[in-house]
Write a protein that binds this ligand. Structure first.
Ligand code: PLP
Length: 431
């Protein structure tokens, strides 16, 4: 196993050398539901968490395990959990700590699906999510009370594409005993939230980690850097007996296995009970994606930067949204958090509003018109007439979506072809 710290090497070597049964180099797809126990004692040890090992694929699987180890290594965390989707990962990150009557403080700048989950489904479950503007990190402290269990934010939220103040909010949370969970979906490898003090990182692996638009998946990574016992009243889910596991107190029960209490609890309670497991075949595809992730993130960043520069020279574009094109405090955040590259997302505003947005999308020939990001191919969407069409115009405006706003996820095609397609579609939209 590699001892390298370099992502290029870890993406190919961390967590796996060869299959112990066959010497296969590629991680096999362990398409099995269950695993033969060696003996009655072995089975009892596995169920009693005295020993970690395979029981049933809803809670663990060797293909998922290789992916989880590789993700944890790349992120600088201690352990990970693969899940069926990014949505499942977001829900579990909160539900692992917050119960009915508790609350979460979250950034206003979130993916729409996360917003719905937080504002509606978690609310129905009795968990209140308080949304605060991340421009001022102190807003997190101001919204905190005795029942606040989690802080939650996205590293590079769209449409604004302003990096979140991870270090500032993580430090506030640590004073209270509240962990910061970062959704790092849009910036894998470019930002490592644990380096800035976050306690948990989650991904929709559907995006850049898969990288080829083939599979839905999610992952949660435990930084192993949070002291769950420091303030027991703040984190009752980690510090009071869990009746679903013979009264285990999670902050204590798994100490001999390392600082993995948060992620192990999630695996053996939420995943056991709610069943949002990642399919072994999808885990295999995410491993394929990870192998080239360092290369791809560099190319996505390079092409997107070139697109942002190109758009800023067009008369029919009134605004370009890209981390390297911000001004003032937002530019400082980009410089602080994204010096290695600014990712593959670019937003822009067409002078001609909704009508121009529709014409632009219809004129694209190379770009795909899809509700996704992070594919190897270039993608475009006009949120006002699609993803955000159920919102009123003022609700759209509060999420940063204006009538002429277009979101691009820049792919790995040759930059001349990307700019050529944008150029002809912009011309068509102005006619
Ligand atoms: N988080 C972010 C930032 C996303 O963009 C998405 C999906 O678009 C999700 C979470 C949800 O992930 P999934 O679609 O894999 O459930």
């Amino acid at each position: 196993m590699t001892t390298s710290k370099h992502p290029e090497t870890l993406a190919l070597h961390a967590g796996w050398r060869r299959d112990s049964a066959t010497n296969a180099v590629a991680v096999p797809i362990y398409q099995t539901t269950s695993y033969q126990f060696d003996s009655a004692e072995h089975a009892a040890n596995l169920f009693g968490l005295k020993e970690l090992g395979n029981i049933y694929t809803r809670i663990m699987n060797p293909t998922q395990d290789a992916l989880e180890q590789r993700l944890a290594a790349l992120e600088g965390g201690v352990a990970a959990l693969g899940l069926a989707s990014g949505q499942a990962a977001s829900a579990f990150c909160v539900q692992n700590l917050a119960r009915a009557g508790d609350n979460v403080v979250a950034s206003t700048d979130l993916y729409g699906g996360t917003w719905n989950l937080f504002a509606n489904t978690l609310k129905d479950q009795g968990i209140e999510v308080r949304f605060v503007d991340p421009e001022n990190p102190e807003a997190f402290a101001n919204a905190t009370d005795d029942k606040t269990r989690v802080y939650y934010a996205e590293t590079l939220p769209n449409p604004k594409l302003i990096p979140f103040p991870i270090a500032e909010v993580a430090a506030i949370g640590r004073k209270f005993g509240i962990p910061l969970v970062m959704d790092n979906t849009a910036a894998p490898l470019l930002v490592r939230p644990f380096d800035h003090g976050a306690a948990v990182v989650m991904y929709s692996t559907t995006k850049y980690i898969g990288g080829h638009g083939t599979s839905i998946g999610g992952a949660v990574i435990d930084g192993g850097n949070f002291d769950w016992e420091a303030n027991p009243a703040r984190q009752p889910a980690m510090n009071t007996p869990d009746p679903s596991y013979h009264g285990a107190v999670w902050s204590q029960a798994v100490k001999p296995l390392g600082p993995i209490a948060y992620i192990l609890k999630m695996r053996v309670t939420l995943l056991r009970d709610l069943g949002a497991a990642m399919a072994p075949f999808n885990a295999f595809l995410f491993l394929q994606g990870l192998e080239t992730l360092p290369l791809r993130m560099r190319e996505h960043s390079k092409n997107a930067r070139a697109v942002a520069d190109f758009l800023s020279g067009r008369k029919d574009v009134t605004r370009v949204i890209h981390p390297a094109h911000h001004k003032g405090w937002a530019a400082e955040r980009s410089a602080q958090y994204m010096p290695k590259g600014q990712g593959g997302l670019v937003g822009f505003e067409l002078a001609g509003g909704t009508e121009a947005g529709r014409k632009f999308i219809n004129a694209l020939k190379l770009f795909y018109h899809v509700a996704n990001i992070g594919d190897a191919r270039s993608l475009a969407i006009h949120p006002a007439s699609t993803t955000h069409s159920q919102l009123t115009e003022s609700e759209q405006a509060s999420t940063g979506v204006t009538p002429g706003y277009v979101r691009l996820s820049i792919g790995l095609e040759h930059i001349d072809d990307i700019l050529g397609d944008l150029s002809q579609a912009l011309d068509a939209a102005s006619r």
